[in-house]
Design a binder for this molecule. Structure first.
Ligand SMILES: [Zn+2]
Length: 130
């Protein structure tokens, strides 16, 4: 146990199973450790001396990574999803367009991509864009 940490929680098989389930579900290792109440280094320390747990953790990470990046799990409607995960769904495209339009240096460059609610006023906009 971690002496001096004030919280003598045993990373027993029940917590290990819960931890591995979280990781396999796409939760980051440190966050999963926090959720089951152990230190963020505890799982890797156990993995270093327990080959079975190490193998299970490796598997869980692979499954978890796939879960995190599956199209269903991406946070749609966020510019980062458009930029980092190349999602081109309508919500991500709108979010990315809006983010670019709001960037000060791109305001005029993207003026033709603004939603319909932003009424373009004919040649005035083209003059400003140029
Ligand atoms: Zn999307």
């Amino acid at each position: 146990m971690t002496a001096g940490r004030g919280r003598p929680i045993v990373f027993d098989e029940t917590l290990q199973a819960e931890f591995l389930r979280l990781v396999a579900d796409g939760v980051h290792v440190g966050e999963a450790a926090a959720k089951v109440g152990v230190g963020r280094k505890t799982p890797s320390q156990l993995a270093a001396r327990d080959r079975r747990f190490a193998a299970a953790l490796t598997d869980a990470k692979v499954v978890g990574r796939a879960a995190r990046f599956s199209p269903e799990r991406l946070k749609h409607g966020a510019p980062a999803t458009y930029n980092n995960h190349n999602c081109r769904c309508p919500r991500c495209r709108t979010a990315a367009t809006r983010a670019r339009s709001n960037a000060p240096d791109r305001k005029h460059a993207d003026i033709l991509e603004l939603p319909d609610t932003q009424q373009a006023t004919g040649e005035t906009e083209f003059l400003r864009a140029g």
